[in-house]
Design a protein. Sequence first.
Length: 92
Amino acid sequence: MIGKWKLVKQTQNGQVTNPKDTYQEFMPGNIFEGTREGKSRKGTWKLSEDNKTLTIGVSVIKVKYDIIYFDATKRTISNPELGTLEYEKVNE
């Protein structure tokens, strides 16, 4: 999970979009940074013990995602409000 991930596809209510310049970065110590179109927000992240749920907290808001698929280079997560999000690992 540690590293920077680029959002490459979002499917919400049957609509598919390919967001530009949207990233999630997971750092040691459960530090999180989300960047969208150059605007950054910092927070925390936590992976459930069974690796099926990812919780991201920014400010007082916590969002839980179901992990659909995850390997070293690709990650797909889902949330009822945000839809299905597909990420690719960024090699920096």
